[in-house]
Ligand binder design. Structure first.
Ligand code: CA
Length: 511
């Protein structure tokens, strides 16, 4: 952060400190608490709350009564998007940058090591495999001031519970406490849990897995019959109760490891799904979804019990689509239909996610919003909700657009274009798998696959399943979107894979 920006942020903090005096407290409305409830790998349809125009088989499979409760109070977003894998989404949330700009385009784990699977013809670029770093100078990382740091400076108690997955092991960004969080429970470099079971100490030791996946900070639950989702929920409730006791506004980042692999049976819920005829994997997954939903309900109940529910905004989101790719010989546990494909894909199944928002006294109860929203929009939105108006990101420019007007029932920018950029190879195969760049504007979505290159163009309004590629039939629309995408990728100096044979970068779309 430059000196001018720092002084502005400091003055915001001073303004907040002044709020603390009793006279001011009468005069000014208290800043709202903000709960951001982020689920991992939850598909658009993996809930009994319908996000499409009609309920689907998956909506009938899952039970998420607390998502109904939240949707009934607030607004349901039917066209909300994230990146197609974990770390890019999470870094966009923290910085307001699109993945093409922050360059943490794939998932992170170990320092200086990329997780890309090999590709026969392309070499992947030197993306920021070390993740997000609060200071400059670390090679292959993005330097930015993280969202909770701005909130903390403005007087918020910032609480991190669950999965972090922002920085590689051994880097500063691996620990949420270095990214502006006052409290961290359970977050570190890894993007999945060693185990969901307290009886297995939440460790990967039971499967002779790498101990890098062991969930930290939860020793008091080790050896106990407590599911990870439940342990994290109890810790979150305790942490925000502390903030309320201290009379401080809080930001709770409730970032569940659920519903990511490796699955384990949550005995509170799993038997009912087995009785309903789901196979072992499907029933474990459905129970993970219901356990996540119970956590949402427990947190809402606790806000009520503490008397702060009326001044707490609750935001709900998933970090990418449901994992529909075939694992090692197994069948997928979810499929995202009517959407095509799933996690890792540029198709809707990889990027369109469930999203709900409740702002007491502002959002219209039970309303629906069809406007386009992208994960980087959370950065300016949360800062605006918290009243932090003078925050400036490192570099000065962000990609996110505040969706506060949408929460108030208004419209978003008419010409808004969303961009995805994944110059990486995820591993599992399926439709729409990268490396790719993609853009959506209005009803049209254009995907540019770096291998080939080849193009797809879909009209999502009448082909949500992306079955009819109109790239040849609609050349004007294809060219317009390709040029728009090209201009953006050029502007942010996006990285492209390199053709191994010619040793030249893959050409940009619209060339
Ligand atoms: Ca994820």
């Amino acid at each position: 952060m430059n000196r001018r920006a720092f002084l502005k942020a400091a003055s915001a903090a001073a303004a907040w400190a002044a709020w603390g005096s009793p006279a001011r407290a009468q005069a000014r409305k208290r800043p709202p608490n903000i709960v951001f409830f982020l689920v991992d790998d939850m598909g658009w349809q993996d809930t009994s709350e319908p996000f499409w125009r009609e309920p689907t088989d998956l909506n009938r499979r899952y039970r998420t009564p607390n998502m109904h409760r939240l949707a009934g109070r607030g607004v349901k977003f039917t066209q909300a998007y994230a990146c197609s894998v974990c770390s890019p989404t999470r870094v966009s949330l923290m910085t307001g940058f699109n993945a093409a700009r922050h360059r943490v385009t794939n998932w992170t784990l170990r320092k200086d090591r990329c997780q890309d699977a090999p590709h026969p013809r392309l070499r992947m670029p030197e993306w920021n495999c070390n993740g997000l770093c609060p200071q400059g100078g670390l090679p292959r990382s993005v330097h930015a001031t993280p969202l909770p740091e701005f909130l903390r400076r403005a007087g918020y108690r910032t609480i991190h519970v669950g999965k972090a997955h922002w920085g590689a092991l051994g880097t500063t960004g691996a620990d949420p406490r270095n990214l502006g969080f006052d409290v961290n429970i359970g977050g570190h470099a890894a993007g999945g849990p060693g185990s969901y079971l307290g009886k297995q100490d939440f460790s990967a030791a039971w499967r002779k897995g790498d101990r890098i996946w062991d969930v930290p900070d939860l020793d008091k639950y080790h050896g106990q019959d407590v599911f990870l989702t439940e342990a994290l929920t109890r810790e979150a409730k305790r942490a925000f109760a502390d903030a309320v006791a201290q009379d401080k506004p809080f930001y709770l980042y409730m970032s569940h490891y659920a519903v990511h692999v490796p699955f384990a049976p949550d005995e509170r819920f799993v038997q009912a799904y087995r009785r309903a005829g789901l196979d072992q994997t499907e029933s474990m997954y459905a129970a993970l979804v219901e356990g996540m939903d119970k956590s949402l309900g427990d947190i809402m109940d606790h806000l009520q019990a503490l008397g702060v529910a009326d001044n707490t905004i609750v935001l709900f989101m998933s970090d990418n689509g449901g994992l529909s790719a075939h694992g090692r010989g197994g069948k997928p546990h979810t499929h995202n239909r009517p959407l095509s494909s799933g996690k890792g894909s540029a198709r809707e199944g990889g990027i369109r996610v469930p999203m709900l928002a409740y702002w007491p006294g502002v959002t219209r109860a039970g309303s629906t919003c069809d406007e386009l929203v992208m994960i980087e929009d959370y950065f300016p939105t949360i800062l605006e909700l918290a009243g932090v108006r003078d925050a400036r990101q490192v570099g000065g420019e962000i990609d996110g657009v505040s969706f506060v007007p949408l929460l108030r029932g208004g419209k978003g920018p008419a010409d808004r274009a969303l961009v995805w950029h994944y110059p990486n190879v995820w591993g599992p195969q399926g439709p729409g798998i990268g490396p790719y760049s993609a853009i959506r504007q209005g009803d049209w979505k254009y995907i540019y696959y770096h291998d080939g290159p080849r193009e797809e163009l879909f009209n999502l309004a009448d082909d949500i399943s992306e079955t009819r590629n109109l790239a040849d039939q609609k050349p004007e629309i294809r060219s317009r979107l390709a040029l728009l995408l090209r201009e953006y990728l050029l502007r942010v100096k996006a990285q492209m894979p390199v053709d191994k044979k010619s040793n030249t970068p893959v050409s940009l779309p619209g060339t």
